[in-house]
Design a protein around this ligand. Sequence first.
Ligand SMILES: NC(=O)c1ccc[n+]([C@@H]2O[C@H](COP(=O)([O-])OP(=O)(O)OC[C@H]3O[C@@H](n4cnc5c(N)ncnc54)[C@H](O)[C@@H]3O)[C@@H](O)[C@H]2O)c1
Ligand SMILES: O=C(O)[C@H]1O[C@@H](O)[C@H](O)[C@@H](O)[C@@H]1O
Length: 269
Amino acid sequence: MPAPRTVLLTGAAGGLGTLMRDLLPAYGYRLRLLDLRPVDGEPDSIIADLADRDAVREAVRGVDAIIHLAGISLEAPFEKILKANIEGTYHLYEAAREEGVQRIVFASSNHAVGFTPRPQGDDPLIPVDTPHRPDTFYGLSKCFGEDLAQLYWDKHGLESVSVRIGSCFAEPTSVRMLSVWMSPADGARLFHAALTAENVGHTVVHGSSANTRLWWDLSTARALGYAPQDDSEPYAEKLIAEQGELDPENIAHAHLGGHFVSDPPIWPY
Ligand SMILES: NC(=O)c1ccc[n+]([C@@H]2O[C@H](COP(=O)([O-])OP(=O)(O)OC[C@H]3O[C@@H](n4cnc5c(N)ncnc54)[C@H](O)[C@@H]3O)[C@@H](O)[C@H]2O)c1
Ligand SMILES: O=C(O)[C@H]1O[C@@H](O)[C@H](O)[C@@H](O)[C@@H]1O
């Protein structure tokens, strides 16, 4: 596969989209931007709803690959998740198949497996083939996206990397995030690896930095060529002093998904 150059970035106005707009051009990508809302400082971006199949098809025409970030990124009523994340992701995959796009990097989430107990003591890291255990309708939509990616690979030969992102923000803001944080620079490294590795079929990877307190296995990400450079540990002392150590008796501290497992989810997490 020739290295992709023109990449559609959906959800470009969002938090992660904004970070990736800054970081990915240095890898040589030409980004085409799409979002529901205008993207700051980017008058040429495509303003479109994933619900609009014609607009989505036009947006994917001619790109080499897609990084799919658009959608609802927190828990929400099922009907909203259904429209934006489930139907919207289906529209994107269908448009990509019709237009012959070779690869999609899908922003999955730790919340697809959020009810997985987090490792304690000498427990092994959570493996990538851990069963789906969504902690919210939001997490359920990420399970759907991963299965959709598998279907489009098996049936249509459209490649995907589903990146179960931990927490990709400038800094970790909770004790839990020390274990799942992915620095923006490592996020760009991982997306680049996911865009350029050969023969990925459909590969699921965990998306975190090389955190001292890591909870999940990064081996499939490393197999794509991802070499994380960052570690949340320098933030640990301050966050633990402010928030205390994780309490294994607290359901939200005992699971990968943190407060998303609560009913209703409690913010902040
Ligand atoms: N930031 C993280 O740590 C993290 C962790 C796990 C997964 N993710 C996933 O990565 C993606 C980006 O996350 P984020 O933190 O930037 O979220 P965000 O909410 O900041 O950005 C999402 C963007 O998608 C756009 N969008 C929503 N519905 C749309 C629709 N129907 N059509 C077109 N655009 C639509 C929004 O306008 C928004 O700009 C999401 O899919 C999220 O689930 C993020
Ligand atoms: O678990 C996490 O920290 C993150 O999970 C992602 O799926 C959510 O989109 C984001 O809002 C959370 O901060």
